[in-house]
Design a binder for this molecule. Structure first.
Ligand code: SF4
Length: 344
């Protein structure tokens, strides 16, 4: 089945990327997320290629995203006790916000704090690793028509110009047909084209490179500090969010909500509407929402808390398993960290 909703297609592309990255150059350890970017530009699918050993070091800071204000503290916390204003670079905003961030960082065991009279001193618990290798943006367009191609061409041209990502792709569905060559000619030549065929669900064979992307990373010079920090913020959000967080906004606690298998992917399905619902329609305002009966949540249901809670736990466990697998991939250089046979 090919979901008609772009949302469904996006989930399948995310799962494909998780299984098959890199589609052109062979296995590279990577974590995958969706709907991330900057204020100006939001990407559909984001692939963060990582150094597995450094990702393992990042794992020791916990499962949650380290947001921009905490990153400022965590990245610069010294090995020995020091007054925070001596240790940290000027943030460019009032120090009182830094003090708040220090307390939150200490509360999450990201750093240590102590008092020396009136002064707060900080010390790192472990160095924050340099775990991000490359950031890749994928724009998903299952049905590429002329107007979609026009819009996409502009968006991808913007990505090529800003070079915030190291590589950009268009993913489009072929269902066995040839892609419309005339439409692809409108794309910037630097953007790769991934032709997917998810008619039998997702597996490592369900994508083909129709056009290879160019490397957009600046040659011979490093990115400036602002760009480096923006990329790290995106990578941190990708790490914490993954691509399965749709359960945060959708209604797995509705009696119509299910997860269905599409090859090696698990995607949401609504039994009331008999289709894959979009994230927008499967929300608190859905007129067909029907809460799971209380008895599902108590006796007789194999997962404590009922099916809705079970769905959330299952998806969170899958996200964690992926992060662990990628962090372990350093021991097998041929692996991208997704060698297990499980679904989704
Ligand atoms: S009925 Fe509405 S809330 Fe329930 S699963 Fe379907 S789309 Fe989601």
């Amino acid at each position: 089945m090919t979901p008609d909703a772009e949302f469904g297609y996006e989930l399948l592309v995310c799962r494909y990327a998780e299984l098959a990255w890199h589609p052109g150059d062979g296995p590279r350890p990577a974590i995958v997320s969706r709907q991330l970017g900057t204020r100006e530009r939001r990407w559909d699918t984001v692939v963060v290629e990582v150094d597995p050993a450094s990702l393992a070091a990042r794992r020791r800071f916990g499962d949650e995203t380290i947001g921009s204000d905490l990153l400022h503290v965590v990245r610069h916390a010294p090995a020995d006790w020091a007054w925070y204003r001596d240790a940290l670079p000027d943030p460019g905003y009032p120090w009182r916000y830094v003090r708040e961030a220090i307390h939150r960082a200490a509360g999450r065991d990201l750093i240590e704090t102590r008092r020396d009279g009136n002064r707060i001193q900080i010390r790192r618990l472990r160095p924050y690793p340099d775990w991000v290798e490359r950031i890749v943006a994928v724009e998903n367009k299952p049905d590429l028509d002329a107007s979609a191609a026009d819009r996409l061409a502009d968006q991808l041209a913007h990505d090529v110009e800003t070079a915030l990502a190291d590589e950009v792709w268009l993913a489009t569905e072929t269902t066995g047909d040839r892609i419309e060559r005339a439409l692809l000619r409108e794309m910037p030549v630097e953007a790769g084209v991934l032709a997917t065929d998810f008619s039998a669900g997702v597996d490592v064979e369900s994508g083909d490179v129709a056009w290879h992307p160019s490397d957009l990373s600046p040659t011979g010079r490093s990115r400036d500090d602002a760009a480096t920090i923006r990329r790290l913020e995106i990578a941190e959000r990708a790490y914490g969010k993954g691509w399965r967080s749709f359960h945060d906004t959708m209604r797995p606690d509705c009696r119509g909500f299910e997860l269905r298998r599409e090859g090696r992917a698990l995607v949401p399905y609504c039994t009331a509407k008999e289709k894959l619902p979009t994230a927008r329609e499967c929300s608190g305002s859905c007129p067909q929402f029907s809460p799971e009966p209380p008895q599902w949540r108590t006796n007789g249901w194999p997962i404590e808390g009922g099916p809705g809670k079970g769905v959330r736990q299952l998806l969170d466990r899958r996200r964690e398993r992926e992060r662990d697998a990628v962090a372990d991939a350093g021991s097998d250089p041929r692996s991208n960290g997704t060698g297990f046979d499980g679904d989704a």
